[in-house]
Ligand binder design. Structure first.
Ligand SMILES: *[C@@H]1O[C@H](CO)[C@@H](O)[C@H](O)[C@H]1NC(C)=O
Ligand SMILES: *[C@@H]1O[C@H](CO)[C@@H](O)[C@H](O)[C@H]1NC(C)=O
Length: 157
């Protein structure tokens, strides 16, 4: 696969990953960082790379954030709860919540990429804070990121 193809707006990440692996067959573990997640901490990448190997080996690890959102869907106009029971609404303090992929980073053994995927059923997760999970998808996200940077700078002064 040529670099020109992997560098388009519509190319999936796996193409770039496959191209990299074809050029660097010596690499066993690859870290894919998404530019749209500017607050990923380098020390967390290092720790996550360790966690894919010790104490239990995994094929992959990726960043997630914990949420306590009650999710619904609409079925023919009727609201149906997706992750809870309306007669037993979970209280935040009694509920571990759910882990949502942040898209920040994916770390995986390069041998699993032959299957065409960077995740399989032998993955673990790296949980990040709300701030670190911020993904820039909209103008609103840029405002939040700006605010966060400004607050941090003010605190570090
Ligand atoms: C998970 O991945 C690790 C590293 O490749 C491997 O050693 C282990 O056997 C795998 N476990 C399962 C259940 O596939
Ligand atoms: C919700 O909880 C009630 C009370 O425990 C139970 O009777 C009902 O079957 C549950 N509904 C679902 C969809 O799990």
């Amino acid at each position: 696969m040529s670099p020109r193809i992997t560098a388009t707006d519509t190319a999936p990440s796996i193409w770039g990953v496959a191209e990299f692996i074809s050029k660097r067959p010596d690499v066993d573990i690859l870290v894919l960082i998404q530019v749209t997640s500017p607050f990923v901490k380098s020390e967390h990448l290092k720790l996550a790379v360790k966690q894919i190997q010790h104490p239990v080996p995994f094929d992959c690890i990726f960043s997630v954030v914990r949420t306590h959102k009650l999710r619904w869907t609409l079925k023919q106009g009727k609201a149906k709860p997706l992750n809870f029971n309306t007669s037993k609404r979970p209280r935040r303090q009694d509920w571990d919540g759910e882990l949502v992929e942040t898209g920040g980073f994916y770390i995986f053994r390069t041998n699993i990429v032959e299957s065409g995927f960077i995740q399989n059923s032998n993955c673990t997760v790296w949980e990040v804070s709300q701030e670190e999970s911020l993904e820039i998808d909209s103008e609103y996200d840029i405002l939040v990121a700006d605010r966060f940077l400004y607050t941090n700078r003010a605190q570090n002064r």
